[in-house]
Design a protein around this ligand. Structure first.
Ligand code: SF4
Ligand code: SF4
Length: 305
C-alpha cells in the first residue's frame, strides 16, 4: 500500500475548486516562496509546532523527551520551558502528554485508504454542491506515487478531482497523474526567471513549460496568481502574466489571490524566520486595478478578496 505524508485534511473547503470540497494537504515542496502561507508544508517530514503562550509549566514534556531537547530556562519572568530544535527528532512523545495543547506535531504518514476514509465522510456534500476532492500542499507532485494512487482512488469512486500545484516537477510526474485530474489549479507567480529564482528558490522554466503542455493537451486549468505587494504586482509582471495566460488554450479562469498574513504566526511556531515580516495585504482597490489589467487580455478573472 503506497504511503504518503500529509499535514492536514480540510473538510468543507469552498476556496479550492468548485463546490464543497475536501482538501488534502501533502507535505514537502521544492519551492520556498517568501510569501508561503503554509510553511508547515515545505519540509517532507514531521515537524514540531510550539505555542508557548499556552504552556502552564507542568513539566510533563520534559519528563518524556529522551533527546533532552526540553529544558527549563530562567528569564525575567521566572523559569519557562524551552525546546532545543537542534536536538528534537520530532518523535511526538511530548505532544502526547501536553494537555495544554502547547505542542503539536504537524505531518503524519498515511495510506491512501486512510485518506479515502476521511474523504468519503463528505460525499453527500460533494454531490449536492458539485464539489469533490482537491489535493494541495506543499507541492503534491513531490510525492507522485502517493498522489497518483489517491487521485485514482477518488476517480474510481466517481469524485471530482482538482490538483493544486506550483507546476515545478518533471513532466513524467505530471504525465503519470494527469489522467486522474479533472481540474488543475496552477500557480503562476513571476514571469521573470531571475526574480522567480530570487523569491521562490527555483527557475520558472519548467513551470511554464509544464503549464503550456497541460494546456495544449486539453486539460481544464484555472490559473492562480498570488498578489504579493512589492514582489509580483508591478505592471511589467502583470502584463507578462496576461500575455502568457491569453495564449493558453483551455484556460477556464484566472484567480487572483491577495497575499495575507496567516503564515506569519506559523513561522514563529515552527521556529523559522519569516521572510516577509512587514508586508501588508493589498487593498481591495488595488486588487480591482490588477484584475482590470488582466481583463484587458480578454481573460476571465476572479477575485478572492
Ligand atoms: S507539557 Fe505542555 S504545558 Fe506542560 S510544560 Fe510542557 S509544553 Fe508546557
Ligand atoms: S518531539 Fe520528541 S524529541 Fe522533540 S521535543 Fe518532543 S519529545 Fe523531545
Amino acid at each position: 500500500m503506497t504511503k504518503g505524508i500529509i499535514f492536514d485534511i480540510k473538510q468543507f473547503s469552498i476556496h479550492d475548486g468548485p463546490g464543497i470540497r475536501t482538501t488534502v494537504f501533502l507535505k514537502g515542496c521544492p519551492l520556498s516562496c517568501w510569501w508561503c502561507h503554509n510553511p508547515e508544508g515545505q519540509a517532507m517530514k514531521p515537524e514540531l509546532i510550539l505555542r508557548p503562550e499556552r504552556c502552564i509549566g507542568c513539566g510533563a514534556c520534559l519528563e518524556v523527551c529522551e533527546q533532552g531537547a526540553i529544558l527549563w530556562r530562567s528569564g525575567q519572568d521566572g523559569e519557562r520551558i524551552v525546546t532545543d530544535r537542534e536536538r528534537c527528532t520530532a518523535c511526538g512523545d511530548c505532544v502526547q502528554v501536553c494537555y495544554a495543547e502547547a505542542r503539536e506535531l504537524v505531518g503524519r504518514e498515511v495510506t491512501v485508504a486512510e485518506v479515502m476514509d476521511a474523504i468519503e465522510r463528505d460525499t453527500a456534500f460533494y454531490d449536492q454542491s458539485g464539489g469533490g476532492v482537491t489535493v494541495s500542499g506543499g507541492e503534491p507532485l513531490a510525492q507522485p506515487d502517493f498522489l497518483r494512487e489517491l487521485l485514482r482512488a477518488c476517480q474510481y469512486r466517481g469524485l471530482h478531482t482538482a490538483l493544486d500545484t506550483c507546476g515545478f516537477a518533471p513532466w513524467e510526474a505530471l504525465d503519470s497523474v494527469r489522467q486522474y485530474v479533472d481540474l488543475f489549479l496552477y500557480d503562476l507567480k513571476l514571469m521573470d526567471d531571475a526574480r522567480h529564482r530570487a523569491f521562490t528558490g527555483v527557475s520558472n522554466e519548467r513551470i511554464l513549460e509544464n503549464l503550456q503542455r497541460l494546456s495544449r493537451e486539453g486539460h481544464r486549468l484555472i490559473l492562480r496568481v498570488p498578489i504579493i505587494p512589492g514582489i509580483n504586482d508591478d505592471e511589467e509582471n502583470l502584463q507578462a502574466i496576461g500575455a502568457f495566460a491569453a495564449d493558453l488554450p483551455h484556460l477556464k479562469r484566472v484567480d487572483l489571490l491577495p497575499y495575507h498574513r496567516i503564515g506569519r504566526d506559523k513561522y514563529r511556531r515552527l521556529g523559522k524566520p519569516c521572510p516577509m515580516p512587514e508586508t501588508e495585504p493589498p487593498s481591495e482597490a488595488r486588487m480591482d486595478e490588477i484584475a482590470q489589467v488582466l481583463r484587458k487580455f480578454d481573460l476571465p478573472v476572479s477575485l478572492n478578496h
